[in-house]
Write a protein that binds this ligand. Structure first.
Ligand code: PEP
Length: 237
């Protein structure tokens, strides 16, 4: 069954190494029968023309503008030049380190959804919220959907518990199932991804969870050999 596998390079890779990664991946996918939809989100300095046959390049961030005076940001015009049509919004690192509020995330969503972008919208609770219990966690996750039009056809949601991101310790299959089951009731047909320490060793089991429509992967996707292994192991056996 076809699922979504998205790789977030974060602040890793240069233009040169991203190109080498993409060429290698393209060749690998030409030879393998991987049924999944693959997305790569390199840093903005390493965006590449979206000409690859087997995967699409997206952007980790953009400001809600066509162009203008927003020092350090890029807008729609810069994405257009590369044929970029996919965008991450709401990643916990931008919420935490860059201070992006829910209102700000919703503005980005509004702008780029009006321009027909595919939007990978991230939500996820911190460890302290998780410790407050399931009810508090679910209420928190719902608050991160405020201002997001759930009828937008090109919306995907990535559930990424912050405590599982970059720690090497994924949420358990039971934890993913529990939260995803709840989220599915709200999200209906919207594809629901899991993110948080997905790697070659756990992708197969995670993909067996019926409510998991895909994964968003950080660290384990940065090395091409590791990413290839994830893709191999994502196949049903
Ligand atoms: C992420 O930051 O989106 C992520 C899932 O990272 P990692 O796979 O490294 O936990």
């Amino acid at each position: 069954m076809s699922k979504i596998i998205a790789s977030n390079f974060k602040t890793n890779h240069t233009r040169k190494t991203t190109l080498a990664f993409c060429n290698h991946l393209e060749n690998f996918l030409n030879q393998k029968n991987i049924p999944h939809q693959i997305r790569l989100f390199p840093p903005n300095t390493a965006l590449l023309d979206n000409y690859f046959k087997n995967f699409k390049i997206g952007a980790q961030n953009a400001y809600f503008t066509k162009n203008g005076s927003f020092t350090g940001e890029i807008g729609e015009e810069q994405l257009e030049e590369f044929g970029i049509q996919s965008l991450l919004i709401g990643h916990s690192e931008r919420r935490e380190y860059l201070g992006e509020t829910q209102v700000f995330c919703a503005k980005k969503f509004e702008y780029f959804s009006q321009r027909d972008f595919e939007i990978f919208y991230c939500i996820g609770e911190s460890l302290s919220t998780k410790k407050e219990g399931l009810e508090k966690t679910l209420t928190f996750l719902q608050s991160q959907l405020q201002g997001i039009d759930l009828d937008y056809p090109k919306l995907l949601i990535a559930y990424e518990p912050i405590w599982a991101i970059g720690t090497g310790i994924s949420a358990t299959l039971e934890e993913i199932t529990q939260i995803h089951t709840y989220l599915k009731q709200i999200l209906g047909r919207i594809p629901l991804l899991y993110g948080g320490s997905v790697k070659s060793q756990n992708i197969r089991e995670i993909f067996k969870i019926p409510s998991v429509d895909g994964v968003l992967i950080g660290s384990a996707s940065w090395e091409i050999e590791s990413f290839k292994q994830i893709l191999e192991n994502s196949l049903e056996k």
